[in-house]
Write a protein that binds this ligand. Structure first.
Ligand code: UTP
Length: 294
C-alpha cells in the first residue's frame, strides 16, 4: 500500500548569492513577493496539497524564518489594543498554519546535503521537497499534482518543465520517455537518466527539473553513497541518478506558471504578475503600469 506523504522538507540554507546584498543577513527565502516571504508561498502550497508537517533546513539568518512562523505575542497584543482585527487575523493565520520543525545545515554543501540533513526528522517514510524560490502559480497546487502521480505508482516523482534550449544549462535535465497516464501521454514521463547543469549541446532533452519532488526514503542511502560533485557539493540530481539504478523514477510536466524568484528577472516578473492578480491591488497597479507608457 502507498504510504501517505505527511512531511515536506524546505531546503533554505543556500547562500543566495544572486540576491546579495539583500541576502547578506537574511535568507533569500524571506524576500517578500508583494507582502509574503517566498517560503510562505511554498508552505501554503504544501498545506493545500495535504501535507501536515514542515521541516525547514536553515543556514544563516535562521531566526528570521523561525520568527515568521512563530507566534508574535507583542505584535498580536499591539494589533489587539489598536483594534486592527484584519491584520491580527493575517498575523495569526501564519503561526496557526502548520507544524514547523527546523534543522541546521552548518555549511552550504549542496542541495543533496541539505536534504540529507532532514533524514532524522523525516524518518523512513516518503516525503516532499519544495524549493521555495520556485514559485508556482497553479489551479491545483503543483505538489498536489505530483502527489496524485506518487499515489498511483508508489514511486518518486519530479516536477518537470520545458525550458528554452539556451537556458537549459542552468537546470538538472532529464532523459525521459512519455508514459500513458489518465488517458493522455503528454505530462507523465519515466526517467531514463538525469544530468545536472549540462552544456546546451549535451542536454538530453529540454525537460528541466523544477523545485518540487516527491521522494522515497531510499534517497537518503543514495545521498550517503555518492561522492561530492563540482565545488565539493552533494547534488540531489546525483543522488536521484544513483537511486535510478534500483527503482523507477517518474517526472510530471505540471500545469501552472513557474517563476524563478531566486533570480532577479524572475523575481521582478513574479512580483508584477502576482500583484496584478490581487483583488486589493491589481486594478490600481494595472492602471499605474499602463500610465508608464513603456
Ligand atoms: P540554489 O541553487 O538556488 O543556490 O539553491 P543558492 O545558494 O540558494 O542561491 P544562489 O545561486 O547563490 O543565488 C537551491 C535551493 O537549495 C537550497 C537553497 O536554499 C535553495 O532553496 N540549498 C542549496 C541549501 O539548502 N543548501 C545548500 O547547500 C545549497
Amino acid at each position: 500500500m502507498t504510504r501517505k506523504v505527511r512531511k515536506a522538507v524546505f531546503p533554505a540554507a543556500g547562500l543566495g548569492t544572486r540576491f546579495l546584498p539583500a541576502t547578506k543577513a537574511m535568507p533569500k527565502e524571506m524576500l517578500p513577493l508583494v507582502d509574503k516571504p517566498l517560503i510562505q508561498y511554498g508552505v501554503e502550497e504544501a498545506k493545500h496539497s495535504g501535507v501536515q508537517n514542515i521541516i525547514i533546513v536553515t543556514g544563516r539568518g535562521k531566526s528570521a524564518i523561525e520568527d515568521h512562523f512563530d507566534v508574535s505575542f507583542e505584535l498580536e497584543h499591539l494589533l489587539e489594543t489598536r483594534h486592527k482585527k484584519d491584520l491580527l487575523a493575517t498575523v495569526r493565520a501564519v503561526s496557526d498554519m502548520i507544524d514547523v520543525a527546523y534543522i541546521r545545515q552548518k555549511e552550504a554543501l549542496g542541495l543533496g546535503h541539505a536534504v540529507l540533513r532532514a533524514h532524522e526528522l523525516v524518518g523512513e517514510e516518503p516525503f516532499a521537497v519544495i524549493l521555495s524560490d520556485d514559485i508556482i502559480d497553479a489551479e491545483t497546487p503543483c505538489l498536489r499534482q505530483l502527489l496524485d502521480v506518487y499515489e498511483f505508482y508508489s514511486a518518486p516523482v519530479l516536477a518537470l518543465m520545458e525550458v528554452p534550449h539556451e537556458n537549459i544549462s542552468a537546470y538538472g535535465v532529464v532523459d525521459a520517455e512519455p508514459v500513458a497516464h489518465n488517458g493522455g501521454r503528454d505530462r507523465l514521463y519515466r526517467i531514463r537518466n538525469l544530468v545536472e547543469k549540462p552544456k546546451a549541446a549535451d542536454a538530453p532533452s529540454n525537460l528541466a527539473i523544477i523545485g518540487r519532488y516527491v521522494l522515497t526514503p531510499e534517497i537518503f542511502t543514495s545521498l550517503e553513497t555518492i561522492q561530492p560533485g563540482s565545488g565539493g557539493e552533494i547534488q540531489l540530481t546525483d543522488g536521484l541518478k544513483h537511486m535510478l539504478r534500483s527503482r523507477p523514477i517518474y517526472g510530471y510536466k505540471f500545469e501552472g506558471k513557474r517563476y524563478d524568484a531566486g533570480d532577479k528577472q524572475g523575481f521582478l516578473q513574479a512580483t508584477v504578475e502576482l500583484a496584478l492578480k490581487r483583488h486589493d491591488l491589481g486594478e490600481d497597479f494595472r492602471r499605474y503600469l499602463k500610465d508608464l507608457k513603456l
